[in-house]
Write a protein that binds this ligand. Structure first.
Ligand code: HEC
Length: 137
């Protein structure tokens, strides 16, 4: 009887924990869904702060991959091997995939805080922008 109650309690805690995690994620997505992400106002400042130190002409990201992130046109051109943005699909876009390190262990920004990731809100902004069609807005 006691054990049953204990188990029940643990299950309840587990379930509500799960619900909390989900609602936080939902909340963040809804917040972002509410407004259209702008390349100029939302995306470019993130690229400026976290990417172009390497992804500008002469930087090691450009030297190695050819990906120049200093403008919309260059981002859409991609690397010397091909495009990194698939408009509408943030799961298959290398551009957003690499932010959480799901592409052959490669993670961007390279070397950030010993393998850390970009702030969650920035990742969501970049994903949302791709999902909304990767517009030059
Ligand atoms: C410290 C330098 C550095 C920073 C900062 C950096 N990158 Fe890179 N990036 C590289 C290098 C070097 C490569 C080439 C990696 C390779 O081919 O092994 C690369 C390659 C890439 C590629 C192409 C990968 C492929 O599959 O060919 C993408 C997309 C990318 N970076 C996105 C970003 C984004 C987005 C940011 C900012 C959030 C960023 N990078 C910040 C150095 C950097």
């Amino acid at each position: 009887m006691k054990i049953k109650m204990l188990l029940g309690g643990a299950l309840l805690v587990a379930i509500s924990f799960n619900a909390m995690a989900e609602s936080a994620e939902d909340g963040a997505m809804k917040l972002l869904a509410a407004k259209e992400v702008s390349f100029k106002n939302d995306v470019q400042p993130i690229l400026h702060d976290y990417c172009i130190s390497c992804h500008q002409p002469g930087g090691k990201g450009v030297l190695k991959s050819g990906l120049d992130l200093t403008s919309y046109d260059n981002l859409m051109k991609g690397t010397k091997f091909g495009k990194v943005v698939v408009p509408g699909n943030s799961e298959t876009s290398t551009f957003t995939k690499l932010l959480t390190g799901t592409n052959k262990g490669l993670k961007m920004p390279l070397g950030l805080n010993a393998g850390g990731t970009l702030d969650r809100q920035y990742i969501l902004t970049l994903r949302k922008w791709v999902k909304q069609g990767a517009k030059n807005n």
